[in-house]
Design a protein around this ligand. Structure first.
Ligand code: NAD
Ligand code: AHE
Ligand code: ZN
Ligand code: ZN
Length: 372
């Protein structure tokens, strides 16, 4: 059914990042109607991920200002542009920063979940068709972010970036499946393919790291060693499958040596879920963190000669439009946790407080209600 706003510019509230490291400004923005191949979504709930903070901090080489950040959200389709057939107004959806067109060379390769169709536009904050933004404030364009820009009551995304989900699913919970929880689970199941009996180390016990622990537990890992400098993370981590804890601050030795001693020679898989290049080196074998611009990782070739593998993952290797609905079903069937990662709920107007919370040990995910 057509909505009354179809074809109209919508004025709504959004949190605009005008400059790196400056508080976001919650104000009226104009959101243009979706063009061909685009979908306008009424966002109901959005969470904050460490990557939003990374780009806001100015360290992301792809970061553009002014922009509307946000990429872990859920909402309802308001209207669709010409030629969009996979979703229609009223559908419940999760915007996906990793698109899936099901038709490009990368989608067809069977080797990756990365899609090449719209990445050239989403990486520079515009829409594919006219290389322009659909957001503006008093006529001045505001860049999109990651092809999602969910810190807005309405957003416009490419149709290849929309996963249609079960309408029964609570949007204020399943928004987390738009990034952190899915990334952690997929890192274990798809990218590392952890086998039963494996010994696993997880560096960083935020949402991504705890979802890695949850995924490793479900894969039958025999030991899951959690490593974090924030001692407050340790109690909660037990509920996600972590069996042992190491706080690097309690040791004088390099963390690699601590783990080698603890495991009689080393672990089978180690996951870096912080975004810290020295830990990526320590964790050699596996990387999910996002490191800052200009930073590089190095190791002795001997580490690779002796069989270790360094691997990265984007969105846990999940094909977004095909598999996000499946993850939502797994949540509905109580096969994966989601609610347990939500430590705070706030309103869009409190978004700057929510950003501050990201640095407090007690916060995993803060979900913002969009206050329609
Ligand atoms: N590859 C992807 O698709 C993808 C998806 C989501 C997030 N990420 C990245 O994954 C990382 C984790 O994201 P998150 O949202 O869980 O972050 P988070 O900030 O919630 O969690 C990070 C955890 O690491 C801990 N930590 C920080 N420095 C440490 C150190 N030196 N040693 C041990 N622990 C340390 C913190 O105390 C915190 O518990 C970020 O870099 C984020 O950008 C990547
Ligand atoms: N723009 C950054 C890279 C950021 C990055 O690595 N993004 C991850 C998702 S993080 C979600 O929290 C990703 O999937 N990247 C693959 C892609 O963007 O296609 C930089 O340039 O450093
Ligand atoms: Zn994220
Ligand atoms: Zn594709």
């Amino acid at each position: 059914m057509a909505s009354s706003t179809q074809g109209q510019v919508i004025t709504c509230k959004a949190a605009v990042a005008y400059e790196a490291n400056k508080p976001l400004v919650v104000e009226d923005v104009q959101v243009a109607p979706p063009q061909a191949g685009e979908v306008r979504i009424k966002i109901l709930s959005t969470a904050l991920c460490h990557t939003d903070y990374y780009t806001w901090s100015g360290k992301d080489p792809e970061g553009l200002f002014p922009c509307i950040l946000g990429h872990e959200a859920a909402g309802i389709v308001e209207s669709v542009g010409e030629g969009v057939t996979d979703v229609q107004p009223g559908d419940h959806v999760i915007p996906c920063y990793q698109a899936e067109c099901k038709n490009c060379k990368m989608c067809n390769s069977g080797k990756t979940n990365l899609c090449g169709k719209v990445r050239g536009a989403t990486g520079v904050g515009v829409m594919m068709s006219d290389r322009k933004s659909r957001f503006s404030v008093n006529g001045k364009p505001i860049y999109h972010f990651m092809g999602t820009s969910t810190f807005s009551q309405y957003t416009v995304v490419h149709d290849v970036s929309v996963a249609k989900i079960n309408p029964q699913a609570p949007l204020d919970k399943v928004c987390l499946l738009g990034c952190g929880v899915s990334t952690g689970l997929g890192a274990v199941w798809n990218t590392a393919k952890v086998e039963a009996g494996s010994v696993v180390a997880v560096f960083g016990l935020g949402t991504v790291g705890l979802a890695v622990a949850e995924g490793a537990k479900s894969a039958g890992a025999s030991r899951i060693i959690g490593i974090d400098i924030d001692a407050k993370k340790f109690d909660v981590a037990k509920n996600f499958g972590v069996t042992e804890f190491v706080n690097p601050k309690d040791h004088d030795k390099p963390i690699q040596q601590v783990l080698v001693d603890l495991t009689d020679g080393g672990v089978d898989y180690s996951f870096e879920c912080i975004g810290n290049v020295s830990i990526m080196r320590a964790a050699l074998e596996f990387v999910v963190g996002v490191a800052a611009s200009g930073q590089e990782i190095a190791t002795r070739p001997f580490q690779l000669v002796t069989g270790r593998v360094w691997k990265g993952t984007a969105f846990g290797g999940f094909k977004s439009r095909s598999q996000v609905p499946w993850l939502v079903e797994k949540y509905m069937n109580k096969e994966i946790k989601v609610d347990e990662y939500i430590t705070h709920n706030m309103n869009l107007t409190d978004i700057n407080k929510a950003f501050d919370l990201l640095h407090e040990g007690g916060c995993l995910r803060c979900v913002l209600a969009m206050e329609h």
